[in-house]
Design a protein around this ligand. Structure first.
Ligand SMILES: [Cu+2]
Length: 488
């Protein structure tokens, strides 16, 4: 008789560490079939509602955790499908007992619609906002961006995926049947106590390095298995973790065909054998399951070394105790179903970034978590250019239509750097060429050393609702590694 998930969780509870059980693979965990978040298709209606609510979630078959979600979900929110060039009327209601703001991560819209920390939605209130969307198709997302509370809120579940579509994926030869050959995968890590409750209690080390967990959830599920048709399958990956960087690969050695980065399609698929995905980043992959054999999406060892790690991210295990290789998602093939797409397309037709940077002004951005911060009384251990984030201080202002080149300097450890209101081009990494996964349009880039990016500011953001730029390790963001600028 196969082990049930409950059996395994009981054992895991005894061991105190679910994912730490020797030999426990997700394929054995029996977490059921992977569920997609419910799809809210607003491409026709041009309107959608999100109701933030509290609920109970049983992640591991033991005790439940009080979590937050949207609409019918106790944890996370629906996938929103929006037209890439449309006006979408959003209505966000707060039935939680504390305020939150909701940021549309990757949407290129004006500051007044951006949902940053200056736009909290009070308990019982509704935020109605018009999202005037005009940008290439992409997988973007929404999440809490609440002053000092983003890390806690995203852990609780205030996040979800958004598909920006132009309805032309058939022409591109891309799978687009939601939940069948087109899977949305929200990847997050969590810590659990012995009773199976998710815990978020960041200590000093977590606030310095970012909070990571030893259990990986996909769409809020642990141990669930995806079943796909024979043929080409599209994975829309969203790293919704607070701090963990994944280094994704196929255990069976399948080629990963990268077709999209954060904010747009590539011109053609690029074959890679692994894909780095940092917090806040998205990527779309095609995998070929024509041969009918099963697989496991895994994340191999990757440690954000930080101050103890010699200043750079390392491929090896650091410090001895860190466990950072994971099974992410077992994928098996239903041989009775044939996928609509049976070969990897040669072209996708996306526009690769090639910004005109003549005359662009330059700006230096230093991401800092000073040694001194560890010992200061201040909550703000992190800063940018020497300043921890303050709600009432604008860091700078740029002219609408201006193009700038920013040099981002990430000291001590790798930081995923995100800018609101724009998509950007990565020009160089550590003075050299740009890695493949950063070659398309981006809104978040993992800066491991130094990176140069080019940005053009097309949307207005007044000083009252400015755009944020920050590290997407959420403990760093809340700890002050964030700034804000207006576009006038
Ligand atoms: Cu950071």
């Amino acid at each position: 008789m196969p082990l049930t998930r409950r059996d395994l969780m009981k054992r895991a509870g005894a061991a105190g560490l679910v994912a730490g059980l020797p030999g426990l693979s997700l394929a054995q965990a029996g977490g059921g079939l992977l569920q997609m978040p419910p799809l809210v298709d607003a491409t026709t209606s041009g309107a959608f509602d999100l109701l933030a609510r509290s609920g109970e979630t049983n992640f591991l078959g033991q005790n439940t955790t009080t979590t937050w979600g949207f609409n019918d979900q106790a944890f996370l929110g629906p996938t929103l499908r929006l037209a890439h060039n449309s006006l979408a009327k959003a209505s966000v209601r707060n039935s939680l007992d504390e305020p939150f703001s909701l940021h549309w991560h990757g949407l290129e819209i004006p500051g007044h619609a951006d949902g940053g920390p200056h736009q909290p939605i009070a308990t019982g209130a509704t935020w109605s906002v018009d999202l005037d969307i005009n940008q290439p198709p992409a997988t973007v997302w929404y999440h809490s961006h609440t002053h000092l509370r983003t890390a806690d809120h995203v852990q609780k579940g205030l996040a979800g995926a958004i598909q920006l579509t132009d309805g032309r994926d058939d022409e591109r030869g891309l799978p687009s049947d939601y939940g069948t050959d087109d899977l949305t995968l929200v990847i997050q890590d969590r810590r659990f106590d012995r009773s199976g409750r998710a815990v978020y209690d960041p200590g000093m080390h977590d606030r310095m390095m970012g909070f990571t967990g030893d259990v990986i959830l996909v769409n809020g599920q642990f141990g669930a298995q995806a079943v796909v048709p024979k043929g080409i399958v599209r994975l829309r990956l969203l790293n919704g973790s607070n701090a963990r960087i994944y280094n994704l690969a196929s255990r069976a050695g399948r080629t990963l065909h990268l077709v999209a980065t954060d904010t747009g399609f590539l011109d053609r698929p690029v074959a890679v054998d692994r894909l780095q995905l940092a917090p806040g980043e998205r990527a779309e992959l095609l995998l070929d399951f024509s041969d009918g054999t099963s697989d496991m999406l895994v994340s191999s060892s990757i440690t954000n070394g930080g101050m103890m790690g010699g200043g750079m991210m390392s491929g090896g295990m650091m410090g001895g105790s860190a466990r950072d290789s994971f099974d992410i998602l077992p994928i098996s093939v239903d041989p009775s179903r044939r996928a609509r797409i049976d070969r990897i397309p040669e072209n996708i037709g996306g526009t690769m970034p090639n910004m005109d940077i003549r005359g662009a002004s330059r700006r230096d951005i230093a991401l800092q978590s000073g040694m001194g911060g560890m010992f200061r009384r201040s909550r703000n251990q992190h800063s940018i250019n020497g300043n921890s984030f303050e709600m009432d201080r604008l860091n700078f202002s740029v002219q609408r239509g201006a193009t700038e080149i920013w040099t981002i300097d990430g000291q001590n450890m790798a930081h995923p750097f995100h800018v609101h209101g724009v998509r950007f081009q990565v020009l160089s990494e550590n003075g050299g060429p740009v890695s493949i996964h950063n070659s398309g349009w981006k809104d978040t880039v993992l800066v491991n050393g130094r990176a140069e990016i080019a940005l053009r500011f097309d949307h207005l953001a007044p000083a009252s609702t400015p755009f944020m730029f920050h590290c997407h390790i959420l403990e760093h963001e809340d700890g002050g590694m964030m700034g804000q600028f207006s576009v006038v």
